[in-house]
Design a protein around this ligand. Structure first.
Ligand code: MD6
Ligand code: FE
Length: 215
């Protein structure tokens, strides 16, 4: 059955967000079920958890990782590390399907031979948000970031190089892939509190995968 939502989704177009940042509308949709079952497998080995900021607060977004390196934060601060602090084991490998998607998106955006070493997996429930931040914990700032949105829609805001620069807002929906690099690699960005809703594949959650080359 074709739903009104599908018609709307199919009309969305790829969009240049700024120099070096592109939204590929729905690029991941064709493999959504496989992506989500891979997320399931990863979280059986490395479960979603609410990490603590250096100030001792729980993040509202639950996180895990796959790849050679994973992004973690705790009272000691944030960093990339090769093992999961919960289990002491190395992070699960990045599934081939994830790599293929990340490479395809990066290549389309003009970044050839992107080899991510880390994939941060975020899970949002209604009310969860990601405050305005820069992604600057990577040594390799020439490589782009590839970000895949699954499940409930979220409002992505992005600004400039200063926290106080004006913000643009953009809805990221299921299957959207954003490639982010070049001049805008260090732009401030964030996710507004997730609105309640139901998605047929993820229920009341949004899942985001972000691929980075750390060094
Ligand atoms: C999210 N994403 O979409 C959080 N960072 O849940 C990010 O923080 C992000 O989507 C850099 C580039 C793209 C992103
Ligand atoms: Fe980010």
């Amino acid at each position: 059955m074709i739903m009104k939502e599908d018609l709307f989704e199919n009309q969305r177009k790829d969009m240049i967000l700024g120099q070096g940042a592109i939204l590929f509308a729905g690029l991941a949709k064709k493999i959504d079920k496989s992506l989500l079952s891979s997320v399931q497998e990863i979280t059986q080995l490395a479960p979603f958890r609410h990490m603590k900021t250096s100030g001792g607060f729980d993040l509202s977004v639950a996180m895990t990782n796959c790849g050679l390196l994973g992004w973690v934060t705790d009272e000691a601060g944030y960093r990339y590390q090769s093992f999961d602090p919960l289990s002491g084991l190395v992070w699960p490998k990045i599934p081939p399907l994830f790599l293929e998607l990340a490479l395809e998106a990066a290549e389309r955006a003009g970044y050839s031979s992107f080899v991510p070493s880390a994939c941060l997996i975020n899970r949002y429930v209604p009310g969860a948000k990601m405050s305005l931040h820069q992604d600057k914990d990577e040594d390799d700032l020439d490589s782009p970031i590839v970000s895949v949105s699954l499940g409930l829609p979220a409002t992505f805001q992005f600004g400039g190089f200063n926290r106080t620069d004006p913000l643009q807002k953009l809805l990221l929906i299921h299957g959207d892939v954003v490639v982010w690099g070049g001049k805008l690699r260090l732009a401030y960005h964030g996710i507004l509190p997730l609105k309640s809703g139901h998605h047929h594949l993820t229920g009341s959650t949004r899942i985001n995968l972000t691929f980075r080359k750390v060094f």
